[in-house]
Design a binder for this molecule. Structure first.
Ligand code: CAA
Length: 259
């Protein structure tokens, strides 16, 4: 059993593992230890066949207030360069299973960048998204300049990153940053229901679908289409595909095993 101090890792239920950021005294600021624990928990989740989807949340009032500014203040350029944070971010980026973020309250700076590492964001109406790094004389350092523009387009990304202003959940929804907005007290419940629905699908198909969608950010259309085609053909060799098709024809619910 792995012991964590900065996150809470629940026992998986119905294929869903809930990981909660747990630094209430620092508004869930992402210190290096927290990112390291998240990296470790995701590595275990990636290997555990009982876990098909990971759900990431903060507390009721804050998802995460960004990088730990106090920790960051103590690091000079060489210190930042030697820091393990980039490796932890890489590990989160390469997590192969669906990752859903349930966001209530402040979701700022590195916290917003963490939410954007998730495949789907479900937000409460109280969510506040922003990249306020500019107020500290710095810029986003965990992919915000790249992921935000891909999520919401140039103009809004520029507005948020250059002004440090926040947007609410409804604006985030209409901009395409989040997939769904719900009442704050229902955010985790709704995100969990979505996670359970996804957990019922074929793990192989989920993994390949995620890989294909994410490749659209990295490659030209022709290359992405090629990857999709190969993934589609690869799935024809899976028992899950047979099971899915048989279940449809036999009018029953499929039981996907990941084979
Ligand atoms: N890092 C370290 N400590 C933080 C923190 C952060 N990002 N955010 C909040 N805290 C700490 C505060 O210092 C305070 O600690 P003390 O009790 O010891 O004074 C405690 O958490 C509570 O904070 P507030 O009193 O400010 O709480 P609030 O509820 O009034 O406000 C908030 C919440 C709006 C999130 C506000 O705390 C805030 O603006 N935080 C900073 C947000 C920010 O600038 N984020 C960007 C960080 S840089 C970054 O993320 C770089 C990157 O791209 C990787």
């Amino acid at each position: 059993m792995t012991a964590y101090s900065e996150i809470l890792v629940d026992t998986p239920q119905n294929g869903v593992q809930l990981i909660r950021l747990n630094r209430p005294q620092a508004r869930n600021a992402l210190c290096t230890a927290l990112l390291g624990e998240l990296d470790a928990a995701l590595a275990l989740a990636a290997e555990n066949d009982d876990i098909r989807v990971v759900l990431l949340s903060g507390s009721e009032k804050v998802f995460a207030a960004g990088a730990d500014i106090k920790e960051m203040a103590a690091l000079d350029a060489v210190g930042l360069w030697k820091d393990r944070r980039p490796q932890h971010w890489q590990a989160i980026r390469h997590f192969p299973k669906p990752l859903i973020a349930a966001v209530n309250g402040y979701c700022l700076g590195g916290g917003m960048e963490l939410a954007m590492h998730a495949d789907i964001i479900v937000a409460g109406t109280d969510a506040r998204f922003g990249q306020p790094e500019i107020n500290l004389g710095i810029i986003p350092g965990a992919g915000g300049t790249q992921r935000l523009v891909r999520a919401v387009g140039k103009s809004l990304a520029m507005k948020l990153i250059l002004s440090g202003q926040f947007i609410g959940a409804e604006e985030a929804l209409s901009a395409g940053l989040v997939a769904e907005v719900t009442q704050p007290e229902l955010t985790l419940k709704r995100a969990n229901a979505l996670a359970e629905t996804i957990a019922g699908k074929s793990p192989i198909a989920l993994r390949l679908a995620k890989e294909a969608i994410l490749s659209s950010f990295e490659s030209p259309l022709s290359q992405g289409l090629e990857l999709e085609r190969k993934a589609f053909l690869f799935l024809a060799a899976s028992q899950d595909r047979q099971e899915g098709i048989n279940a449809f024809l036999e009018k029953r619910t499929p039981k996907f095993t990941g084979q």
